[in-house]
Design a protein around this ligand. Structure first.
Ligand code: DAK
Length: 260
């Protein structure tokens, strides 16, 4: 269905999306950006039982080694601005997606690749993963919200250090920085990521969705995250799932959440 994205259903609830341009280390060209846009805006709806998405890269070397540098020479200021806005729209739609999206980082996550991973809700990494924003070495700056999201995840000092030096960090450092949530061998990365996803989706779907929204509201200057949290807490308290969760605890049984 897509030229550069392979979609596999792990079970009806978990979709594994593989960015598939291994010869260019899965670099993001406009076609990949358009396909990501199509999936997160529309096509996901055809997977009715879907509860989570895992994004990974094809091959052994890279998650995504950045935006496709070969396309840069054709850009003028107006098209570069449009490219940035198009990319940001897609990455924002991932960050605000109602289901958890996890980046399973199986190698280089550089530039636009790290920006994509940072727009996901969580990141798992194989022990050969490498992370960096090397745009300054190209005379550029991160253009897909990297300057903003890296600070949110690792803090200003570490973010500036990574960006100004272009230094790559390894998987263990990424975990100690809070950039990766889990590190494992490359052989077990997808398996471990699916296990993590399954722990998440045992919880109520509405509660998962609202937790993502509350956390994102903290970083949205136009939102009052505190107020939003109180309102959603109250709404979930009287929802079918909110009632079921408490009742199941008291009755010492597993909750049967229905997403309402
Ligand atoms: N784009 C295009 N091709 C790439 C690529 C990339 N980002 N990264 C690797 N490739 C290609 C290589 O050209 C090579 O192709 P062939 O020569 O075989 O045809 C193939 O993938 C294998 O790469 P290497 O031979 O270089 O492999 P190595 O193992 O030696 O090195 C590496 C792996 C990841 C260290 C190296 O490939 C590398 O440094 N790649 C570039 C990493 C990088 O600088 N990435 C950041 C790109 S800047 C914008 C918005 C966002 C952005 C830009 C603009 N606007 C709003 C306008 C984002 C910018 C970036 O992401």
């Amino acid at each position: 269905m897509y030229k550069h994205l392979t979609l596999e259903i792990e079970d009806p609830q978990v979709l594994i999306m593989t960015i598939n341009r291994p010869k260019a280390l899965n670099a993001l060209n406009t076609e990949v950006i358009d396909e990501l846009d199509d999936f997160f805006a529309r096509s996901y709806k055809q997977y009715e039982s879907l509860r989570a998405v895992i994004i990974t890269g094809s091959g052994e070397k890279a998650f995504v080694a950045g935006a496709d540098i070969s396309g840069f020479k054709n850009l003028n200021e107006a098209t570069a601005l449009q490219l940035s806005l198009d990319g940001k729209k897609v990455f924002d739609s991932i960050e605000n997606f109602h289901l958890p999206v996890i980046a399973a980082i199986n190698g280089y996550a550089l530039g636009g690749g790290l920006e994509l991973a940072m727009s996901c809700h969580l990141r798992t990494a194989s022990d050969n993963a490498r992370f960096g924003l090397p745009e300054l070495s190209l005379g550029l700056i991160p253009g897909y919200t990297g300057t903003q999201r890296l600070i949110q995840l690792v803090g200003k000092g570490r973010a500036l250090h990574m960006m100004l030096t272009g230094k790559m960090i390894n998987a263990d450092e990424s975990q100690s920085f809070g950039l990766s949530n889990l590190v494992c061998s490359k052989e077990t990365l997808l398996e471990e990521t699916v296990l993590l996803v399954k722990k998440i989706i045992k919880n109520g779907p509405l509660a998962i969705e609202e937790t993502i929204k509350c956390v994102n509201a903290f970083f949205d200057a136009d939102s009052d995250g505190d107020q939003y949290e109180s309102e959603q807490f109250a709404r979930l308290m009287v929802s079918a799932d909110g009632r079921e969760g408490s009742l199941a605890f008291l009755e010492k049984r597993k909750a049967n959440f229905i997403g309402k």
